[in-house]
Structure formats: C-alpha cells, structure tokens
Design a protein around this ligand. Structure first.
Ligand code: GCU
Length: 684
C-alpha cells in the first residue's frame, strides 16, 4: 500500500510485535455468524476477515456453527444460549445499537463473543474488536459493553449539486451525480464503511444552501443508489430540503406552510422519497438564513415551517433538523443574540420529530466562542448540536488544528438550564430533558482527495467527531492516542510526539489568529488568513465585517456584551453572567468577546492588554515552529510520503501564522499607538 492516507484509521497493517501477533492469532480460530445474516452482519463478517488477514496474516474461516476452540462468535439474544452467558442488564445497556465484547471460558477452551440486540450492533462490535487489536490491547480479559449516547450521529455534507463543496478543502464532492444511478464509485462503500467504523449512522449528503433539484425524481433515483451502497454499513441518508421547493420543482405559486396545497405537495414528495428510499432519515433545513427561503417569507414562524415537514415525515418516522443559524436582515441587534430572539419564543411549538439544530457557538464556528445560549433557552424543544469538522475558520486543510479539545469545551459546558450539571452533552443526548430523537451533526471535512481530508492529520477530526458522537465522555487525549496509533502504529516516540502536536494545535491556531476572545477577524469571503480591516465597504452587512466584532479604537478593543453594551450576556444563566460579566473574573480567553477593554488594562500576567495581545500572537507563531521541530524529529521514523505531506503543510502554516501576527498587530497598532513589547518579532 502506498501511504497516501486512503485507508484512514482502518489500515490493518500486520501487528508489529511478533509475540503479540502470535498471541492474537492463537486466540482467533474461526468466525461464527448466523446463517442468512442480514447485510450489515455480512459487512461485519467481511470486515473481520479483512482485519484479521491484515493484522494477523491469517485467513480466518467463516462458519455457521462453532467447530473449534477460540471461535469468534457473533450472536444476538435470538441465539438461545446467549441468555445463559449474557445478563439481561448487559443486554439492556447495549440497547438498540450497542454491543458487548466478551472473552469467555467454554468447554475447557475459550470463545470471543460479539453480542448485540440488533444487527447494527454486531457491525459496531466487529469494528470495536478490530480496533482493540489494532490498539494492541490484550484479548484474554476482554469484557466490555458499549452503546451510543446519542441516537442519530450524522455527518452534514455541504456539497452542492455540481460537486463543489462549500467550505470544503479536500477536493470535490464524493457524489458523482452525473454518473449515478448506474455507475457507482467504489468509494461510496469505502465512505460508508469509514462512517460505520466510528459508529456514525447517517449522513446528510447535500448542502444546506443547495437548490431543490435533489428532490426531483431523477435525482431521487440517484440518491436511492447511494442509499443502497450505504445500507450494508447501517448508514441512512438524509437530504436538505429547500423551503421553496414546492414552487421551484412543484409548480405551485407559494410555499406558505399553512397552505393546504403546499402541505399536500410535501406529503406526496415525502411518500415518493420513501418509495425510493424506505429507510430515509429525514430533512435538514436552513430557512430564512443568509438569503435562503423560509416560512417568514409568508409571515409564518420557524415552527410553522418545521411542523409542515415534520407532519409529512411523521408516518415514516422521519425527522426534521431545523437549523437555528439565523440572523435576520431587518434585525440589527448583536448578531450573537438573534437565534435566541427568534427561536426562544417558539419553545414548545415544534412537533416531536423536529430537532432544532444549533451550532456550538452563537456566532459561526469561530476558533473559540462561548457556547450558544440557545441550548438553555428552549427547555421544551429537542436540540441538536452542530459541530464543524471542516476547518473553515481554523486554517482549512493547511493548518493543523485537532478539534476534539474544542468540542470537549462545548460538550462539557454547563448551561445550568436544569440546575448545575446540565451540560450541553446532556441536553443533546436527551438525558437532561426530552428524549428521542437525539441528534449530533458534524459538517464533514471529506472530499475526493486521495486521503479524504486534504491534510492527513485532519483525518483525526473526522475520527474524533465520530468517536464523540458515540461517546461524548471520551477524553481528547484518549481520542488522539487512539487515532495516532491506528494511523501511525505504536512507536512510542511517534505516538507521544504526534499526540502532543494534536492536543495543543487548536489553541495554537487561536493564539495566532483570534486570541483573548477576538472573533470574526478573518479575511472576507474565503475566510482563510487575517482580515481585521474588513469593514462595510466590501461587505453586504455590518456583521459580515471584522470591525463590527473587534471595535478597535484609540481607547481600546473588544465587544461589550455586558449590560452596558449589547447585553448578550443576559441570555446565559446567572452563574455565567456573574463570571463572564465581571472584567476581573472573565476568563481571558473570552475577554474581548464580552468586554471592551482599554489598551492598558492590566492582565493576569501583570502586563497591559496590548502587550499581552502581542505576546499571544507571537506565542502562536512560536508554537507553530515547535510543531515543525516536533514533526522533523520524526523524519527517520515515518514513511517519506506522509512525512513530507505534513512537513510541507507545517511550513506553510508557519508562514500563515506570521502573516496573522503581523497583519493583526500592524492593524491594531494604528489604534493602540504602542510599541511591540520585548519578545515580539517585528513584522516580517
Ligand atoms: C457559515 C459559512 C457558510 C454556511 C453557513 C451555514 O456562514 O461560511 O458557508 O453556509 O455558515 O452554516 O449555513
């Protein structure tokens, strides 16, 4: 295999430690699966055969009945002997999609069991067993139960119908619309398999800004072909629904959600979709946001719009994910307040199969934002978290930014909505409030690049999203360590170096781009690199500019979101208001998000704000240099292809970091009128 990254974390290279390989091989003799296995179980079987072949170098036979010691047995509670071995409690814990892995003594020998209540769980169990081996863990005492905490774990593709990917940095869209349905890229299978390996069970394959074409009959036939490719991996398809579709492809004069003809059109359309795709998941909708049509065009509410689609989908158990990424054209209040203003009053008005999908922060996937206050403003509505895997504002596919630590910040954030401990994770998984259906979505970073994600190390973000979607308690360190070992093997120097690089990388991007709570000061349009000078001249709206956000002037910098300013702070629980509202207690990493601060304000370090700001930018540059040194130290331990791929990107990242530092400091210096402090390099 060329080391071009195509195999992702499913490399299945031979276990390097010969003793361990022999030990594994000695404890795996055959694979036992029920006869007439459904397709997902056949996928599990094939995956085990492929994995064992690669890892152990042996061809493990597949049989219908255990014939020898050390069999690996896939079983469900329908197998009568299971009840004697696996407790009711464990089966309950495994739930609908989870699995139990257990090594048991049996008739003087041993068996390895993969047990699940449903076929899908067997597939996830097979991947988990292979991961266990890839991670070099012992089989002897294997005994674990694992189940996803969130029901619908989805990628969101921002793929246009012409194969352009909005905010995509890894080539073109994977979906070859012109060739479908007859001609099917083998990549569809590989894609679905990668999702299944992480426990992701669905994918929205079209952009939130896509047109309505996807809902026409010829395209539904193409979608059905993709669904067929994904189905053996337990991956269901969802589509974006453009709200004006009844007009654009239905020939109606209106898309008014309260018009019976519109409701009838959606009912027919949904019936047509389910005829083609019986396991269709539902719709994702961006409405009345950034120019997209929506119910407000007819003076109706988001709830009216969402419920229209929800009613059409309900007979099939389909769901509507209605996005809360809104900021209305007429409303000029602080943009970060607008989602709560629009959606808060609609709490409780949505059907049970509607989930309001909220970006992690109230602005737009910035390198750091506080969590979105909408997570605590709708106690009677199902809420989903939307995270962005693709690095729109974090250096795209050039800069290294491992995002698990950022997502941990979000998932762990306490909304206090039901008292202390109401984390965003618990809101999203339904344990803090309403159950069913629970959804987490990640905007994909995939494309046609050989390595799927452009930057090889950005595969770690796809991996991290999938692992967190399954288990939002996983620590970033554990996710990084898993991914590094799966991708680069077990050389401890390589592992510890790459883990360290990954874990600090997001904070490094924050440091050289938007430190101390600065946001939205990137270049206009493409969003790569600095642009603190962007003002109204080029942009369509004041809140598409940088000056709106940083407000730098002679007297200071930052956005006052306390009571003396926009009072966005009031949308949070009193605990947060107290902490963030006070200049002295506000964590410095959100300082300029909540406060407008004089240049000479004394920071925790004792330095004035201006000096601190300069030093943060410098620190970001220094940290990228350290990343380069770390990577270079691995040169003799890595294959040349992957070494060079990453080395080139890190070299470019250093240039970009310097560009960010110089551009921002030169720009802000016009206002601060202060010299660069010692330790900060003059502009390149
Ligand atoms: C960002 C992004 C857009 C995207 C939008 C959304 O603003 O730049 O490309 O369409 O988010 O999430 O809808």
């Amino acid at each position: 295999h060329a080391d071009d990254g195509y195999r992702l974390w499913l490399r299945y290279d031979p276990v390097a430690d010969a003793a361990r390989r022999a030990a594994y091989a000695g404890t795996i003799s055959e694979i036992v699966i029920p006869e007439s296995a459904p397709p997902v179980v056949a996928s599990a079987r094939d995956e085990l055969v492929t994995g064992f072949r690669g890892l152990l170098g042996v061809e493990v036979p597949v049989v219908a009945q255990a014939t020898r010691d050390n069999a690996v047995i896939l079983a469900t509670p329908r197998d009568p002997w299971i009840a004697a071995i696996i407790s009711e409690a464990d089966l309950r814990e495994a739930g609908v999609e989870g699995y139990i892995l257990r090594r048991i003594a049996h008739e003087g020998g041993h068996r390895t069991l993969i047990v699940a209540n449903r076929p899908q769980g067997l597939l996830y169990g097979a991947f988990a067993l292979l991961r266990h081996l890839q991670l070099g863990q012992p089989l002897e005492k294997l005994n674990l139960v694992s189940a996803p905490k969130i029901q619908r774990r989805l990628l969101n593709h921002w793929d246009d119908m012409n194969r352009h990917v909005e905010r995509g940095y890894a080539g073109f869209s994977l979906w070859e619309w012109f060739y479908l349905p007859e001609i099917r890229s083998p990549r569809y299978r590989d894609y679905a398999r990668a999702l299944a390996s992480l426990g992701l069970n669905g994918t929205v394959i079209t952009n939130v800004n896509a047109n309505a074409q996807i809902l026409t009959a010829p395209y539904l036939a193409k979608v059905a072909a993709l669904a067929q490719e994904f189905r053996p991996w337990g991956v269901r398809i969802y589509l974006t629904a453009r709200f004006s579709a009844p007009i654009e492809i239905g020939g109606l004069k209106t898309a008014d959600p309260l018009d019976p003809a519109v409701a009838a059109w959606w009912q027919d359309k949904v019936a047509e979709i389910y005829r083609a795709i019986p396991d269709f998941g539902g719709f994702l909708v961006k409405a009345n946001s950034e120019g997209q049509p929506g119910p407000q065009d007819y003076k109706r509410t988001h709830a009216d719009g969402a419920n229209l689609l929800a009613d059409a989908l309900q007979p099939y158990n389909g769901i509507v994910m209605w996005r809360a990424f809104v900021y209305s054209p007429e409303n000029n209040e602080d943009r970060v307040k607008q989602a709560v203003t629009e959606f808060g009053p609609l709490d409780g008005k949505f059907r049970q199969n509607v989930i309001v999908q909220i970006k992690n922060g109230p602005l737009d996937f910035m390198p750091r934002e506080p969590f979105s206050p909408l997570f605590c403003a709708m106690p009677n509505t199902r809420l989903a978290a939307e995270l962005q895997i693709t690095q729109e504002y974090l250096g795209q596919s050039i800069d290294l930014a491992f995002l698990a630590p950022m997502w941990r910040e979000v998932l762990d954030a306490d909304t206090y909505a039901n008292g202390k401990g109401t984390t965003i994770a618990s809101v999203v998984d339904g344990s803090a409030k309403l159950q069913h259906p629970s959804v987490i979505a990640g905007v994909a970073n995939t494309g046609t690049d050989r390595n799927w994600t452009g930057h090889l190390l950005a595969q770690a973000n796809w991996y991290a999203f999938g692992r967190l979607a399954w288990d939002h308690q996983l620590a970033s360190e554990k996710i990084a360590d898993e991914w590094t070992r799966l991708t680069f093997g077990h050389d401890e120097t390589v592992v510890s170096t790459i883990n360290k690089m990954l874990l600090g990388s997001r904070e490094t991007v924050v440091n050289y781009s938007m430190p101390l709570g600065l946001t939205h000061i990137m270049a206009e349009g493409h969003h790569y690199g600095p642009g603190p000078w962007v003002d109204l001249k080029g942009a369509g709206r004041p809140d598409w500019t940088s000056v709106y956000y940083h407000k730098a002037a002679a007297d200071g910098i930052g956005f006052d979101r306390t009571a003396t300013g926009s009072n966005a702070l009031a949308q949070y629980a009193p605990e947060w208001q107290k902490l963030w509202g006070n200049l002295e207690t506000c964590p410095e990493n959100l300082l300029l998000w909540f406060h407008r601060v004089p240049w000479d304000h004394k920071m925790k370090s004792g330095r004035p704000l201006w000096d601190e700001l300069c030093l943060r930018y410098q620190q970001g540059v220094d940290e990228v240099r350290a990343l380069r040194r770390d990577w270079d130290s691995l040169k003799d331990r890595l294959d040349a292809e992957r070494f060079t791929h990453v080395a080139q990107r890190l070299a470019r990242q250093e240039k970009e970091a310097i560009h960010w530092r110089d551009a921002c400091l030169l720009y802000f210096q016009q206002f601060s009128k202060r010299p660069l402090p010692a330790g900060v390099e003059p502009a390149a």
